[in-house]
Design a protein around this ligand. Structure first.
Ligand code: TRP
Length: 447
């Protein structure tokens, strides 16, 4: 008789929460958020983003938790089990998104690693734009991407408790500390006030711009790691019966607070050094060029701040990359019977190779981000709402009632999952169709 392998799980509740926060807090909060906020009218974008987090993000996050916790299996197994065979394509779309997002995410995570190391060594030189040009594509980008991927694979291969949980328990508190330090420091810069103002004072005329709606909704999903089963997978490693509604609220609040705080660093720096134009010009490179360009004018203090910032960004990126690979690995382990180690190495290598075009061409990178990192997540979120809202409501209600004892609150939650969130998602999917189609053409080389 062979013993049935016991499925790995979190050792502690804090381990689960920090891992989920670690997944959520990433390049999305800092790099993607700051460039989209400057593209999308600053505070208007921020406002819509917050609105989507509350009305769509939290209901979908809770739904993902419910599915994971109920089935204790990877989404690749869980979704067809709950919905029937017709749902298989959705489950594999999640896995596809894991491949797709991590392939370019690893490239940008590589930039942060190189920046952190070079800033610490004082090797970035005076011209931040030239430095970015040198390291953001081609050989140097691929080398750094490979380094990040090797690290990610090694951590995921070690498993939930000793790989994922340990890494997050160590890195997330460090990240919080660095961030608090940076926020305090940024407040002392002259002109910090104008930075805060652009960031925080919405231009209400922009509020009706459908493009900003699409960007803000996509960002809410990306930042919370929603729509592709990452949070589902993490919840599937919960043994104890946690209060899922409370955990979802905690995680959404923490992620938003951290993204918001990153803005409190980035915008004062931009205004202090008068870098507004640079940010508006370069999209994916905004953070990577403007921040070092400004900070290098401050001598030693600037070097320390730059190093701290990119070390923090690297930690954030790594803990998110782990969660992306984990979705793919869990699917291969649970649905195809692979060993964890084999799955981590096999999938990791394929993802690294897939990322090469992004490392060679930042246009492709932006296009992939629009298709997989924005549009497909919204599609995934829509189907998650349908599955939970129309097939699983009694089970979900029972699951939630353990923590959310107020029946009215659970009814309100069900209304959001059944009507509000899917309706909003249909609207923003519709408004993103044009940009998504254009990005697909870029990806397949049609221009
Ligand atoms: N949320 C992460 C960030 O903000 C990225 C990420 C990790 C992600 N896992 C995900 C995005 C799953 C979408 C789906 O950087």
């Amino acid at each position: 008789m062979t013993a049935v392998a016991v499925r790995d799980s979190w050792a502690t509740r804090a381990g689960f929460i920090l891992a989920a926060v670690g997944s959520a807090v990433g390049l999305g909060n800092m790099w993607r958020f700051s460039y989209l906020a400057s593209e999308g009218g600053g505070a208007t974008f921020v406002l819509l983003y917050l609105l989507f987090v509350a009305t769509v993000g939290v209901p979908v996050l809770t739904s993902e938790f419910v599915i994971g916790r109920l089935t204790q299996a990877s989404p690749a197994v869980a979704v067809p089990r709950l919905g029937g065979a017709a749902w298989k394509p959705i489950a594999w779309m999640f896995v596809f998104c894991g491949f797709g997002i991590l392939s370019y995410y690893g490239v940008i995570a590589g930039w942060t690693l190189r920046y952190a190391v070079d800033a610490a060594r004082g090797a970035m030189g005076d011209d931040a734009a030239a430095y970015f040009g040198r390291v953001s594509s081609g050989g140097p980008a691929i080398a750094a991407q490979v380094a990040v991927m090797v690290l990610t694979i090694a951590i995921v291969a070690r498993g939930v408790k000793s790989g994922l949980e340990r890494t997050n328990l160590l890195l997330m508190p460090l990240l919080f500390l660095i961030l608090v330090g940076l926020v305090v420091w940024a407040a002392t810069l002259s002109d910090a006030g104008s930075g805060y103002a652009t960031y925080l004072r919405p231009d209400l005329r922009e509020l009706m711009n459908p493009r900003i709606w699409g960007l803000a909704a996509g960002q809410a999903f990306f930042s919370l790691s929603l729509g592709m089963g990452a949070m589902m997978t993490y919840a599937s490693y919960l043994r104890s019966q946690e209060n899922l509604a409370r955990e979802a609220a905690t995680i959404a609040l923490t992620d938003t607070a951290i993204g918001f705080s990153a803005g409190l660093v980035i915008f004062p720096v931009i205004f202090h050094f008068g870098l507004q134009d640079q940010i508006a010009e370069s999209t994916v490179g905004a953070l990577f060029i403007s921040l070092p360009a400004g900070l290098s004018q401050l001598g030693r203090v600037g070097d320390v701040a730059t190093t701290a910032f990119f070390v923090m960004l690297f930690f954030a990126a790594l803990t998110s990359a782990i969660s992306l690979l984990e979705v793919v690995v869990a699917a291969l382990v649970d649905a195809a019977g692979w060993s964890r180690r084999g799955a981590a190495v096999g999938a990791g290598v394929v993802i690294t190779v897939l990322g090469a075009p992004a490392a060679l061409d930042t246009n492709r990178l932006g296009a992939a981000d629009q298709v997989v990192g924005n549009f497909l997540l919204l599609v995934g979120g829509f189907f998650i709402c349908i599955l939970v809202g129309y097939r699983l409501l009694p089970q979900a209600d029972a699951e939630l009632s353990r923590g959310l004892t107020h029946a009215g609150a659970r009814r309100a939650w069900a209304m959001f999952v059944r009507y509000v969130a899917p309706a909003l998602l249909l609207v923003v999917m519709y408004t993103s169709l044009g940009a998504t189609w254009q990005a697909v053409r870029t990806l397949i080389g049609l221009g």
